[in-house]
Design a protein around this ligand. Structure first.
Ligand code: ADP
Length: 207
């Protein structure tokens, strides 16, 4: 048993206090209630969960890494979730994990559509670092439709996103939206110029 424990510690699966440690990486642009649900589920299995915000993701983000990290921290304190730490990293996830001594990646699954990408990522990470395991948590059915992109789209168009995101993210999204208001017109009335203007606004909203 002692031998197994020290092996697990060596692989980064157990932290120095002997607790199972997992890293939940993502863009969190912004955090949604679906992300929080996955973090809470991960806590039921692992003693320590680190939410790691990706800084150099290939996709363009709406919020800076500082903003995304701060929204997450506020959300965790709003829901009184203990045992989850928020951090950020640049570069390869497996390198970051080796650096902090973690051995398990947590990811969430909503639908079959998530599977292909997640499967590819998990296999690539295993290839890069065979000691690191990826564990998936199924979302609660009520969050299955939720994604950061859909939340941003609804917010930009003036919809109510408060049931979908923690208060910290709702405030940030609404602030951003008030800077770039969209005046809705019937599509056929949009002139070419207006369309371009709206597109520019859209880019600003998420840059
Ligand atoms: P990434 O851009 O790296 O996929 P995201 O912030 O979009 O980062 O998502 C991080 C992880 O959380 C992914 O594994 C994603 O499948 C999962 N996730 C996102 N939204 C939900 C949700 N509503 N329910 C469960 N898991 C989710």
């Amino acid at each position: 048993m002692k031998k197994t424990k020290s092996k697990l510690k060596k692989r980064g699966i157990l932290n120095k206090n002997g607790k199972l440690m997992a890293v939940y990486p993502g863009s969190f642009d912004p955090v949604t209630n679906g992300h929080i649900d996955v973090a809470k589920r991960a806590l039921t299995v692992f003693g320590e969960v680190v939410i790691a915000v990706i800084e150099n993701h290939s996709k363009k983000t709406c919020f800076t890494v500082r903003e995304r990290t701060s929204m997450l921290k506020k959300a965790l304190s709003q829901y009184g979730i203990e045992g989850v730490r928020v951090d950020s990293f640049e570069g390869l996830l497996v390198d970051y994990m080796k650096n902090i001594g973690a051995g398990i990646i947590v990811r969430g699954l909503r639908a079959v559509s998530d599977f292909e990408y997640e499967f590819q990522m998990a296999l690539m990470n295993r290839k890069l670092s065979p000691d690191i395991e990826t564990v998936f948590f199924m979302t609660d059915a009520k969050y299955a439709y939720l994604s950061s992109s859909i939340v941003k789209e609804v917010a930009f168009l003036g919809g109510d996103i408060t049931p979908a995101v923690p208060a910290s993210a709702a405030v940030k999204l609404m602030k951003k939206r008030s800077k770039y208001p969209v005046r809705l017109r019937r599509a056929p009335l949009l002139k070419k110029g207006n369309f371009k203007k709206r597109r520019k606004n859209d880019e600003k909203f998420c840059s």
